[in-house]
Design a protein around this ligand. Sequence first.
Ligand SMILES: *[C@@H]1O[C@H](CO)[C@@H](O)[C@H](O)[C@H]1NC(C)=O
Length: 325
Amino acid sequence: MFLSRMENHCFLLFVFVFQAIFILILYRSGPSRVFRGFVEAPQVVVVDYSKPHDVYTNLSLFTQAPSEDTMPYCSAQSPVLVGPLTITFKVLPSERMIIKRNPFVQSGGHYRPPHCFARYKSAILVAYRNQEKKLRHLLYYIHPFLQRQQLSYTIYLIQQVGTGSFNRAKLLNVGVREAMKDEEWDCLVLHDIDLVPENDYNLLPYKSFFGGVSALTPEHYMKMNGFPNTYWGDGGENDDIATRIHLAGMKIVRTSPHIGRYRVTDYKEETEIPDPWRRPPSQHNTRKTWKADGMNTLQFRLLSRTKHPLYTKITVDIGYVPPFS
Ligand SMILES: *[C@@H]1O[C@H](CO)[C@@H](O)[C@H](O)[C@H]1NC(C)=O
């Protein structure tokens, strides 16, 4: 999902992430669904997916520059891009292995290219609760993805405490607020833990679909007053967000409506408490509420902020959580 007037780097990053998702979709779903994707989105560039590469291919070419003083800016186009990537969830990578394969990732899940000055800085924000396996699959792929792009980045996990309804949108608001304290980010990438937030409910061509993976600048995020804080349970917030974007005078550029529609990592045993309750969008009336519900009214209690080897974890009490019905 994407906003127009996006700066180039955000776009490149998005194309890259999109490509990965696209491969995931190819991998996980039958040909008919893929075909529908092409019909709906004829602008998708067809790449030869029969010859994918390992996501870590040639990353070792990026070695430490002898001196910061003589280090050049990164090339506009990364020299190690390969196109289609091999993605599989058959083996659960251990944290130790991921750390080993990403030697330049620093504490807190921060990376900057060792060989050049990054042109852009991205915060990757992931709303999270008890999805350890999905997290490991994501980390195994997302770290090298971003490094291939020669980006400087930090991965943030925003963890909701408690067992009440999940509130992805509010967690992302918290993530943006906290991440902005660290850096002047060029790009915010809002990333689902399993890359796929939606269920089949969203199969119909959706004019205002927004979810899965989104990339936008901090200016855009503030302009739309962030996300609504008042959607509990997964998915219901996406229409609201799409409406905000339009009301803020921006436009979503959708590459393909089927992004984020399929579950990717699917661990039944880990499935969270189902989302039993969510406020119907009709009660929200985004047109009236978007300026009064969002970043400007965000309230939460920061419980901890810890640097793990592969990510920064922000644990937060987001306040009243509606009870399960
Ligand atoms: C990896 O780098 C080597 C040396 O630069 C190059 O010959 C090779 O084509 C690269 N591999 C891929 C898949 O790009």
